[in-house]
Each structure stands twice: as structure tokens, then as C-alpha cells.
Design a binder for this molecule. Structure first.
Ligand code: NAD
Length: 484
């Protein structure tokens, strides 16, 4: 299966923070890959804008190094890299001052799509938005892209929305949650809404529970001081896991249209039940084999911030009442994996004597690694010897289906940046969605802060704190094993 590439309109894309980590690791390599795929029109330009005083040549050299480092050698070649680099410009700019703004204005050309990627600290968003208008660089047709974290609670998210709203309409603001750009996540919508097969079963009568797991093997390395002000709930659950939950739980939108999809996601968030303290397990990875524990990594010996969280979430609506959603995410776990597992209920009655006859079907949607979908079904064990049953996976790996060497699945950022240029907001979070997610998360966080709860220590390389196992055991269920 070869994916089709539809070129976008010519654009001038400004990357504020164009010399930063995100630009080097994700934004520039993604743009190069889209260039290589023929999606970036020849007239387009990418303008790095950052505080660093460097020349255009130096910026191009930096971009070349980043792409060489972050795009596998089999996916790049010298000629196309040189051709891509020619599209780059650079302006040294001070987000909070006057330097560089006039120059940036002169770089922008009439008739192009104008997009501004705010790949800088959120504290700079207001200053940049204001200057873009003050200098006549942005207008009603421009688009801005903002990164996580989008606030640290409802109050700060509202303030950030209000700041952006002073200069841009909601239709111009693209809030990135890169999980939504993942191929499998979009496939979740295709599976649900382009097939008749699952939808009739997609409700509490047939679905026992749902597990959403985002496990990382890495520590907070280098980001410890920042992470300690955030934690797994703010860093992962309020945004990424919440978006996954919404896509599983939402009603079919009337059309695959930005507001129709986002309206349905918003309804799910608003229907979330408050989470009881006994339905939350928080953890911190302990030191092991000479490797620092979370508190050392965070530089805070008294830290109460969680590097792991598991929680049981209920949705109070007709479709989902009685079907728990178990969410878990953490660092320094056994394997790096992200997946959603839908556990269907067992058949009401087994006609077979085989005890396996009563096993449940499980639909597993793997986000990483090895993106794909796997449905566990019961079949007869081959051969004579009576009616013995066994569970087998119906396995569909997207890598196998989409490319000969399995690496042709576009990175989430490739898809999302091209959607910005196309003006399609479907895979971006709307302001009210982000605020509703904080309105749900805030009391949970305030609860453990008021109770001064300390996360449980867990051994690195495991699946997290023992108590997280109990969260499901006490409901007669088990977590799926964390493995690649
Ligand atoms: P970074 O610290 O590596 O880079 C910051 C960039 O901002 C640099 O280019 C710097 O020159 C520029 N900058 C700083 N102050 C400036 C000023 N006053 N005027 C003009 N430019 C200024 O940060 P990063 O890791 O690239 O992250 C950028 C944003 O993306 C942050 O909001 C971060 O939370 C978010 N984010 C980053 C990642 C990641 O993997 N790095 C992932 C998700 C979200």
C-alpha cells in the first residue's frame, strides 16, 4: 500500500525557537521528510527565528546537522538535503524586545500561507503574539501553532487562552498534542467510524473495561527540575491519555470536521466522573544499580511529584456507565510501549466444555512501537482430539501494510505541520477542550496536594508500584503485561 501525497499550498513557516531542541529533533526533520515526499511546494520557506545571533549559513549548517542526526541515513540523501536547506532562512529575534521584528516582516511574502510555530516557553507566547500584530506580520489569515504544556491548571490554561485570543481567533490557533498525529490514533477513528463491525458493540453492554498504557523506559534525565513542577498527571494524563480516552469514548461525529470531532470529545471530558482517591496510585522510581532515583533526578529530596500514575476513570453517560477506563503512564518502566486495549465482555454462556471457551475478545491498538491493531479471537485448536479452543491474534501491523521496510509511517509532526498549512484543525485541541480537561484534573491534583500524599517507590524496570496491580485485582481484572 503506497500512501498518497497531496502537495499543500506554498507557505512561509516561521519557527520561533528555531534553534531549540524541539525544532532540531522534530520540526526540521519532519519538514525535510515532507519535502522529500513532494508535499512541500518549491516556493515555500522555513524561517528560523530565535534569540541566538547566528547567520543564515550557520542556521542552515545547524539544520543540516540535526536532519543528519535525526533522520535515518536510508531516508535521506545529500542532494535533497541541500535542496531542502536552500528553503531555510534565519532571523535573530528577541521575543520580548524590538530586535529582528522588522527583518522578519520583510521575510514574509504576499500570497503565501503564513504559519508561526511557537516552539518556545509558554511565557513568551503573549509577547510574540503581540509583536506579530504590532509589526503587521500576522493577519486574520495567519496560523499559530502552540506546544504543550498548555497551562499547569485551569487558571493558567484560561490565562493562556485569553492571551492568545487577544490577537488570534480560535480558528487560527493550533494546539499540538502530538499523540493525535500518530497514524494509529487516527486509525482508531477509521476503525470505529468507517466499519460497521465494532460500533454496535462499542458500549458498556459489550465492553467490560478499557486499559490505556503509555510506558517509558527513560528517566526524567535533564528535565528533572521542570518535571518536578509537573508530574505524570499534568505531563501525560491531562493531555495525551485524555485525548486517547476521548477518541475511544466519543459518539460518532456527524462529519469528520474539526468542530464536529472536537464537540464530541468535549462531551466525553465533561462526562468524566470525579476520581476517588482510592482509585489513584502514584509512584516514584527508586534508585537502582547505581542509577539515580526520581528524587535525585529531580534534585528534590523531598519531592512528592509522581513519575508514575495509574487511575480508574468512569464516564457518566448511557454508553459508558459501568465500564471503567484504567489509565497508567510512567517513567523507567519495563518497556517503552503505548497501547489501548479494549476488553470485551465474555460470552454470556459457553457451549464448550473447554474452560477457554469463556475467554473474552481483546482489541489492542498499538501506538508504539510496531504500530498496528490486534484482535484476540477464539478458534478451535487445529487437529483431531475434540473441540479444544485457543485464543489467537488477528494481527495487522501497519508497518508491513504501509511500507516494504516498515519505516514509512510518517512521524506525527509531519502530519500535524502539514495540517496547519492546509488549515485543518481536526487533530488539534480546541481551547474549551483543554480547559475542560484541566477542570477534571485540577481537583484530583489538589486532593493529593491537600492530603500531602507521597507517591510509592517502585523498582525501575518493572511495571510500576505493586499497588497499581491491586487497582485492577480488586475489580477481578488484570493489567496487560508491559512489553514491546
Ligand atoms: P529549548 O530551550 O531547547 O529552545 C528554546 C528556543 O527558544 C531556543 O531556540 C531559544 O533561542 C528560543 N528563545 C528563548 N528565549 C527567547 C527570546 N526571548 N526570544 C526569542 N527566542 C527565544 O526548548 P524546546 O525543548 O525546543 O521546547 C520549545 C517548546 O516546545 C516549549 O514550550 C516546550 O515545552 C515544548 N515542547 C518541547 C518538546 C521537546 O521534545 N523538546 C516536546 C513537547 C513540547
Amino acid at each position: 500500500m503506497v500512501s498518497r501525497t497531496i502537495p499543500v499550498d506554498p507557505f512561509d513557516l516561521v519557527i520561533f525557537g528555531g534553534t531549540g531542541d524541539l525544532a532540531r529533533r522534530k520540526i526540521l526533520p519532519s519538514l525535510y521528510r515532507r519535502f522529500l515526499a513532494g508535499q512541500m511546494p518549491e516556493e515555500s520557506r522555513i524561517i528560523g527565528a530565535a534569540r541566538t545571533e547566528i547567520s543564515v549559513e550557520e542556521y542552515r549548517a545547524m539544520a543540516r546537522d540535526s536532519i543528519t542526526e535525526f533522520v535515518p541515513s536510508s531516508k535521506r540523501d545529500a542532494a535533497s538535503l541541500t535542496a531542502f536547506i536552500d528553503h531555510l532562512r534565519y532571523v535573530a529575534i528577541d521575543a520580548t524586545g524590538t530586535q529582528g521584528w522588522q527583518e522578519l516582516r520583510e521575510e514574509m511574502r504576499e500570497g503565501m500561507v503564513h504559519a508561526f510555530y511557537f516552539s518556545v516557553a509558554p511565557s513568551l507566547f503573549g509577547a510574540i503574539a503581540e509583536r506579530l500584530h504590532e509589526h503587521g506580520i500576522a493577519d486574520g489569515n495567519s496560523r499559530i501553532v502552540v506546544e504543550k504544556p498548555f497551562g499547569k491548571d485551569l487558571k493558567t490554561a484560561r490565562a493562556l487562552n485569553a492571551t492568545l485570543a487577544e490577537h488570534f481567533t480560535e480558528q487560527q490557533i493550533y494546539r499540538i498534542d502530538h499523540y493525535l498525529g500518530k497514524e494509529t490514533v487516527q486509525n482508531l477513528m477509521a476503525i470505529r467510524f468507517a466499519n460497521i463491525l465494532f460500533e454496535p458493540l462499542w458500549k458498556t453492554e459489550y465492553i467490560d473495561h478499557v486499559q490505556i498504557t503509555v510506558a517509558e523506559t527513560v528517566a526524567v534525565d535533564g528535565r528533572g527540575a521542570y518535571y518536578d513542577t509537573s508530574g505524570a498527571m499534568r505531563d501525560m494524563v491531562q493531555n495525551h491519555l485524555m485525548q486517547l480516552l476521548c477518541l475511544i469514548a466519543m459518539e460518532p461525529p456527524y462529519h469528520f470536521d474539526p468542530d464536529a470531532v472536537r464537540d464530541e470529545k468535549l462531551k466525553v471530558i465533561r462526562a468524566l466522573e470525579p476520581v476517588r482517591p482510592e482509585d489513584i496510585v502514584r509512584g516514584q522510581y527508586a534508585p537502582k544499580n547505581g542509577k539515580a532515583g526520581y528524587r535525585d533526578d529531580a534534585g528534590n529530596p523531598d519531592s512528592r511529584t509522581e513519575s508514575y500514575i495509574a487511575l480508574k476513570v468512569g464516564i457518566a453517560n448511557w454508553r459508558w456507565k459501568g465500564t471503567p477506563f484504567y489509565l497508567r503512564t510512567g517513567k523507567r518502566l519495563r518497556a517503552r510501549t503505548s497501547e489501548i486495549a479494549i476488553y470485551f465482555r465474555r460470552p454470556p454462556h459457553s457451549i464448550f466444555d473447554d474452560p477457554e471457551g469463556g475467554r473474552e475478545n481483546v482489541l489492542v491498538i498499538r501506538l508504539q512501537p510496531n504500530e498496528g491493531i490486534n484482535l484476540k479471537v477464539m478458534i478451535k485448536e487445529p487437529g483431531p482430539g475434540g473441540m479444544r479452543l485457543t485464543q489467537v491474534p488477528l494481527d495487522m501491523s501497519f508497518a508491513q501494510a504501509l511500507g516494504p521496510d516498515g519505516s514509512d509511517i510518517p512521524d506525527a509532526y509531519e502530519r500535524l505541520i502539514m495540517d496547519v498549512i492546509r488549515g485543518n484543525q481536526t487533530l488539534f485541541m480546541r481551547g474549551d477542550e483543554v480547559e475542560a480537561a484541566w477542570a477534571w484534573a485540577d481537583p484530583i491534583i489538589e486532593g493529593w496536594e491537600t492530603r500531602q500524599e507521597r507517591p510509592h517507590a517502585y523498582e525501575p524496570g518493572t511495571s510500576g508500584p505493586e499497588d497499581a496491580l491491586m487497582l485492577l485485582h480488586r475489580d477481578g481484572r488484570r493489567w496487560r503485561e508491559i512489553k514491546e
